[in-house]
Design a protein around this ligand. Structure first.
Ligand SMILES: C[S@@+](CC[C@H](N)C(=O)[O-])C[C@H]1O[C@@H](n2cnc3c(N)ncnc32)[C@H](O)[C@@H]1O
Length: 215
């Protein structure tokens, strides 16, 4: 690993969120049990009550569409999109997150469909979907997992469908290098066209929103 890269992902880097510092300290890969542990706390440290503008715009422009959210956590965006009239499926490998998401949606007039599952192997999740969304799951994956993820999103998304992705530039360990737009483009190359990448300071970290389209 290049020294600069190593330094950037070390715990002394002020750019890192609490989440990344936690992972770095524990040298942990993204495992469902670790996320279960985080979701047992009343508030997750990446918790963010706001629906990102990018998600709002996507949902408002696609009322009635089917959408899958990858790494949906407790279903914040899923519930929002369902309220706007989208047919929503949310998947997360944390059983605790999906239990919480299901409980939170109990009284909702239109409920998302939640599933426990891994984004690198979506199995018979249904679809094909008009849209897919990921706010903060992709950067939890290692290189091999990212490849599988791209293949799976391609498989479950309709031709012409958009995959909206929010990714932190600095990746948690043991990932190797920062996730730049070039790197994201490469992961999805051959399956998706990167239509737009937009810099973001969401959660105060350097990050990007990506709009990928399945041709
Ligand atoms: C930082 S959280 C973001 C959760 C939610 N999208 C939000 O914005 O609040 C990342 C989520 O991705 C999930 N996740 C990470 N790796 C996953 C995998 N391989 N398969 C399914 N879910 C995964 C975690 O359980 C966690 O809920």
């Amino acid at each position: 690993m290049h020294r600069d890269v190593q330094d950037r992902s070390g715990p002394g880097n002020p750019e890192l969120t609490v989440e990344l510092k936690w992972r770095w300290r524990n040298r942990m890969r993204s495992r469902s049990e670790e996320f279960d542990q985080a979701y047992r706390l009343p508030i997750t440290f990446w918790g963010d009550a706001r629906i990102p503008r990018e998600v709002t715009e996507l949902a408002r422009g696609h009322r009635g569409a089917s959408v899958i959210e990858l790494g949906c956590g407790i279903g914040r965006c899923c519930r929002f999109m369902a309220r706007l009239g989208l047919k929503v499926t949310g998947i997360d490998f944390s059983r605790v997150a999906i239990e919480r998401a299901t409980r939170r949606s109990t009284g909702d007039p239109v409920r998302p469909s939640y599933r426990v599952g891994d984004v690198t192997g979506l199995g018979n999740i249904g679809g094909p979907f008009d849209l897919s969304l990921d706010v903060g799951c992709f950067h939890c994956l290692d290189e091999a997992e990212r490849e599988k993820y791209a293949a799976e999103v391609f498989r479950v998304l309709k031709p012409g469908g958009t995959h909206l992705l929010w990714v932190m530039d600095t990746t948690p360990p043991p990932a190797s290098a920062p996730l730049t737009p070039d790197m994201v483009r490469t992961v999805f190359e051959g399956r998706f066209i990167l239509e737009k990448a937009s810099e973001s300071r969401r959660r105060i970290v350097r990050s990007h929103w990506y709009w990928l389209r399945r041709p």
